[in-house]
Design a protein around this ligand. Structure first.
Ligand SMILES: [Zn+2]
Length: 133
């Protein structure tokens, strides 16, 4: 092993341009999507199809929801709503990621609790609501 190989640098200029291009594209896509998809204005909570409360997503808050099955804790944080605790056995609603986009829902099937994000002036049909004639 007397031959010495010429060491090539780990990152060359072209790599930096590529990384920069990918980051710029990602940033532009994110900006486009955040403008195209309407941010939800409030979370509508219904139990068995009956609206119980509307929580504005602009204010961090918590809501204690009593149902016949037990207590749900609904949390609004950083413009998104999530279910922190629920009495249901499967806890699918608790494990659901926070929702913030208009039309997104978190459903607790065993308890009949539905959390729907609606946008400002949106006419999202809630479960149990009938279409206007
Ligand atoms: Zn649940």
């Amino acid at each position: 092993m007397t031959e010495k190989k010429k060491k090539s640098p780990l990152i060359i200029r072209a790599d930096l341009w590529l990384i920069g291009g990918v980051l710029l594209t990602a940033l532009l896509l994110w900006l486009c999507l955040s403008f195209l998809i309407p941010r939800g204005a409030e979370a509508v909570v219904t139990v068995q199809g009956r609206e119980v409360v509307r929580l504005p997503l602009g204010t961090d808050t918590g809501y204690r929801l009593e149902t016949e099955y037990g207590t749900h804790y609904i949390r609004v944080s950083d413009g998104a709503v999530s279910v922190e605790a629920a009495p249901c056995p499967d806890k699918i609603c608790v494990h659901h990621a926070p929702v913030s986009q208009s039309g997104e829902t978190i459903i607790c099937l065993p308890c009949g609790v539905v959390v729907t994000v609606v946008g400002a002036g949106d006419d999202v049909m809630l479960p149990g609501e009938e279409a206007a004639p």
